[in-house]
Write a protein that binds this ligand. Structure first.
Ligand code: AHG
Ligand code: MN
Ligand code: MN
Length: 330
């Protein structure tokens, strides 16, 4: 048999970490379990009336969909059962969540999640995702976790990854030693290694951003857009626009094929839209681990020191040469 499941892979890799006592492996297993449950819910969402608005509004002032809540609760459940995590920060909760499992207080890790990314695509059967990141706690195990535990810069990450619920469900993660991708085989209910050691191309064709906001972009970014489109010259350029509106799906395509993903500052939102802890840090970590670049435009995303849980930052990430080109214009 030539398949390697996520569980087998994680155990094999445990020896890469001399300090590892198996907690991180168990935590990654728990995240895999939560992801499979969310994948199941996503796949039958059209049948079970969990599409649509939930009627409440999340802390960002956006409508919360039912699947967002299911995703959030599934993660809390899995992490409380596992007991490796003392606290969690989630896009769906105003404040840090202290986990209440039997062993949670002694957990060495904290987790930040965007349980459901791309919620505007849920109702229309378009790819959505989950994003997660794992840090070692700063406070003493056994004590109550505090805000400092979740407000850590990306350069302190232990692991991060995402799940994309697309034509298949895929989990992609890194512990800082490269990036590996696993595809869910529904017939055996396991994530199987399908994309070992992912490296993103240094160049690509795809640029991904919401051009509907162009009226609010900086002059530099609009000049870049004119450049990629070739409207500054008679000759056309080899670039193509792709934008799904689910960061996970847009990022995943660009990671594999080469491309640049941009969520820039706009006149209305000078820090862009995407959240530092839940979206930008974990995806930047994966981008870098695959050989790409991720910047806010002024600094490396992973070096930003978070000051609040729901902080937003602009982001330009993906193929190294494409990111550099955007920066030249900006
Ligand atoms: P979420 O569904 O977790 O709120 O995230 C949506 C995000 C991200 O997935 C996507 O890249 C971006 O919002 C799209 O925003 P615009 O509609 O402004 O382009
Ligand atoms: Mn999101
Ligand atoms: Mn979300």
């Amino acid at each position: 048999m030539s398949i390697t499941t996520l569980g087998q892979f994680v155990i094999e890799k445990q020896q890469d970490f001399s300090y590892a006592k198996g907690e991180l492996s168990r935590l990654l297993r728990d995240i895999g379990i939560a992801s499979k449950i969310i994948s199941r819910e996503v796949n039958k969402a059209g049948l079970t009336q969990i599409l649509g608005e939930h009627g409440s509004v999340n802390v960002q002032g956006e409508d919360v969909k039912k699947l967002d809540i299911i995703g959030n609760e599934t993660f809390i459940w899995a992490l409380e059962k596992g007991g490796e995590v003392c606290a969690m920060a989630s896009e769906e909760n105003d404040d840090m969540v202290l986990l209440e499992g039997k062993f949670s207080k002694h957990g060495k890790y904290v987790v930040c999640i965007d349980p459901l990314d791309g919620s505007s695509n849920i109702d229309v059967n378009v790819s959505i995702g989950t994003i997660f990141s794992i840090y070692r706690r700063i406070s003493e195990p056994g004590t109550e976790a505090n805000l400092q535990d979740v407000l850590q810069a990306g350069n302190r990450l232990v692991a991060a990854g995402y799940v994309v619920y697309g034509t298949s469900t895929m989990l992609v993660y890194s512990t800082g030693k490269g990036v590996n991708g696993f595809t869910l085989d529904p017939s055996i209910g396991e994530f199987c290694l399908s994309h070992p050691d992912i490296k993103t191309p240094a160049d690509g064709k795809v640029y991904s951003l919401n051009e509907g906001n162009a009226g609010e972009f900086s002059e530099g970014l609009n000049n870049y857009l004119a450049w990629v489109k070739g409207t500054d010259k008679a000759t056309s350029r080899p670039y193509t626009a792709r934008y799904i509106g689910s960061m996970v799906a847009d990022f995943h395509r660009n990671l594999l094929k080469g491309g640049v993903f941009i969520y820039p500052p706009t006149a209305k939102s000078p820090n862009g839209k995407l959240r530092l802890l839940f979206e930008c840090i974990p995806m930047s970590f994966i981008a870098e681990q695959a050989g790409g670049i991720a910047t806010t435009g002024t600094m490396r995303v992973l070096d930003v020191e978070p000051t609040e849980i729901h902080q937003r930052v602009p982001v330009i990430m993906g193929s190294a040469n494409m990111v550099k080109k955007v920066q030249e214009f900006m």
